[in-house]
Every structure is written in structure tokens, then in C-alpha cells.
Design a protein around this ligand. Sequence first.
Ligand code: MRU
Length: 346
Amino acid sequence: MAGFDTLRWRDGHLELIDQRLLPGECRYLACDSAKAVAEAIRGMAVRGAPAIGCAAAYGVALEAHRLRSAGPEKFESGLERAFQLLAGSRPTAANLFWALDRMRRNRDGRRDGDPKAIAAGLLKEAHAILQEDVRLNRRMGEHGAALLDDGMQVLTHCNAGALATAGHGTALGVIRSAVAAGKSISVVVDETRPFLQGARLTAWELAQDGIPVTLIADSAAGHFMRRGEIDAVIVGADRVAANGDVANKIGTYTVAVLAQRHSVPFYVACPLSTIDLGVASGADIPIEERGAEEVTGYRDVRWAPAEVTARNPVFDVTPAALVTALVTEKGVINAPDRNKIMALFQ
Ligand code: MRU
């Protein structure tokens, strides 16, 4: 288990590690309203599909708590605004909408209750979502660890670790579980331009755990695969379509194509809450496009000319055909397709 809490409930508010500051500084950001949580999600203080879902659930709970004495009408309309605000914070991660749906069902189940009881129920549900996430990541880790042999060198892209979840991680959870089972695993991590989740976050969290990690430029992945230095690829997911297509951090598709070219297995680890049966294929997954300034520079440094046009899609879609196996809390699904994914939900 990683030695930090990505999100935690303290003294009536939500605290999140402000991931924009890592690895230089590990500082918690306190949020006391849905607006503050939505801003933290949009601004990337908290990121990674399951972590965003957990944060959004607490955003709803915080707003209910804030409005619990405002009278039933103000409570209802304020809470509805909170749901809208949080749903509009980022478009791609299925877990955000999954968590909001779950919070909405919890609220709807108590429609006649008084605001204080509803607020208490929503907070309990947010805690349950967070605790469940850690539990499912551990289960996923146990299933996925069997895919990794002692001595393997594994490539990952972006950050699908404890920082992207409530704890343990999805892709990094599989690696952590394999290491906990006594296997020696080393990790090659793509830096993950433009937001550098690999360089800043994955490298940081693996180093904290003492798991050997080597950072490479994204463009070096093919070079190392060609030399036979990568035994497997494992990544997380932001949304998986009903046919098994996977939306994940921009650059994942490139890695999957390279893996196929070099006969390297390409694994995707995600909980069922990342699978969206409402989208038939990857073509229907909304892909977030963020500001050009993330591509033209980083923080205060600008390296591209001010007038240049830049595009910044932050996710891409890997077709199911390139996925060797999907690792979920229900087990490992080889060559995922629509039928196998449907069976997971039965
Ligand atoms: O833009 P981000 O940092 O939120 O993107 C995160 C990813 O793409 C992760 O790989 C994904 O959410 C899986 S997290 C367990």
C-alpha cells in the first residue's frame, strides 16, 4: 500500500494531495464545497479516473452538508447545481459519472428525508465509494499479478497508481501486488507529455515504494521494445466502451500499436466502474481537449512561439483488438470483446 492518502476526509472537509505540485512538494488542498472540488478536478489538482470519481462523490456530500440547514427547497436546488457543476468538470473519465449516479441514487432513495439525514447519507456513501475503490484495486492487483513473472520489465504510461485512485492503484496496483508476492519487477515509465504524469507522479510514487523505475521520453518506447527490453505493458483506463475499446491518456494508443508490432502483451487494468456500457465503441467516448498552453510550455516556461497553433487532446482510444487482456476486480479477461464485457456485469 502506498504510504500516503490521495484523498482524505478531515475535520468536515475533503483534503486532496495537490498533484500539480508533485514531485517537488506533497501538500494537501482542502475543499469545502462542490465548487472547490469541481475546480480541483478541472485544474488537475486531483486526477486519474477513480480518484476523480471519489472526489466528485465528496463534492456532492460537502454541498449537502453546507446546505443542510437552508430549507428543503434551497437544499434540493443547491444540490442539483452541485451535481451539474461536478459533471461538467471533465468529460472523459467514466468513474466521475458513475460516482455521481451513485450519489444521486443515494439521494433519491431518501427523497422524503430531511436535509440533515440526506447529507449524512451522502457522506456515508462517499466514504463507501472511497473504501470500495481501495478494496477493488487490491482485488484487481491480485488477479493481475499472475500476468507478471519474476524479473519482468514492465512499461507503463501516465499514472494509474495510488495517486489516480483512492489507494493501491489499477495498473500500478497490479505491479505493487506482484512485488508484494515476492516478484522482482522493474518499471519503465513514459514521461507522458504534455502534463508529465509519468515523470512527476508515477516515478515519484514507485520510488517511494522502492520499486525500481526508469523514466524515458514517450518517443523512446518503441526503441526499448525493439531491443527486447520491455516484457509487458500495463496501463489504466479512463473509460472502456461496451466493445472493449479503451480511452486512456494520450499516447496510450501509440504504445499499444508498438506493443503489437513487437509482440509485447498489452494489459489494461480498470474497475468495472470505468466500463461504460452506454457507449458502444471508442468512437462514442468524449475526448477532452485541454488548453494549448499545456503543449507550448510547462508551468511558467514557454518553449513554443506565442503565435503557434497547438492542439491538446488529452486522451486517445486504443481499439479492443490491441488489448491482450483487461484486468478487473472480477478477474482477467483475455482478448476483451462485447460478449465478454457484458458477461462481467451479469
Ligand atoms: O488526465 P489524467 O491525469 O486524469 O489522466 C489519467 C489517466 O489517463 C489514467 O491512466 C487513468 O485515469 C487511469 S487511473 C487508474
